[in-house]
Ligand binder design. Structure first.
Ligand code: HEM
Length: 128
């Protein structure tokens, strides 16, 4: 395996930590209807972090020669990522009922926790 694999994995994991912190911060600002949400850095930095997270993920998959649709745990991670993004979009942008938005936020966070659990176990079912 490539010598630099641990560095890319660290980069991936650091981006994961920053990504969820920024997500939680933006969620808090959404509840407070804060003007901070419209600040240039709040609109751009999360995209830079998430792009770096995904580019690092692509490097990792090519180093270990395991890919989504071929390795079930990576397919599960991509599925979880899509759920995290879609429910997140619903929470941040849907202008209807708060009950719906809160459920969307909970499901988006659950999807994120699932991705981390799959990453740690390399098992889409998490155990067994
Ligand atoms: C928000 C999305 C993601 C989160 C929260 C996440 C989380 C993590 C975490 C916590 C680890 C470290 C596991 C460990 O310490 O052993 C990890 C490793 C890894 N992730 Fe992700 N990941 C995400 C997206 C992706 C995607 C989309 C892919 C590829 C399709 C991917 C591929 C990998 C690979 C190959 C590893 C290394 C596994 C190992 O060496 O054991 N990740 N991920």
């Amino acid at each position: 395996m490539a010598d630099y694999y641990p560095y890319i994995k660290h980069l991936h994991v650091i981006c994961v930590a920053i990504s969820i912190m920024l997500f939680l911060l933006r969620s808090m600002w959404t509840f407070q209807d804060s003007l901070m949400l419209a600040s240039p850095w709040a609109r751009s930095v999360p995209h830079y972090v998430d792009t770096t997270l995904l580019v690092a993920a692509i490097f990792l998959t090519t180093i270990i020669h395991q890919y989504p649709l071929q390795a079930s745990w990576l397919t599960a991670k991509v599925g979880g990522l899509l759920a995290h993004i879609l429910f997140g979009l619903l929470f941040f942008h849907y202008k209807g009922s708060w009950a719906v938005r809160k459920v969307a936020l909970a499901l988006s966070l659950l999807a994120f926790a699932y991705i981390v659990a799959v990453a740690l176990t390399r098992n889409p079912f998490l155990f067994g």
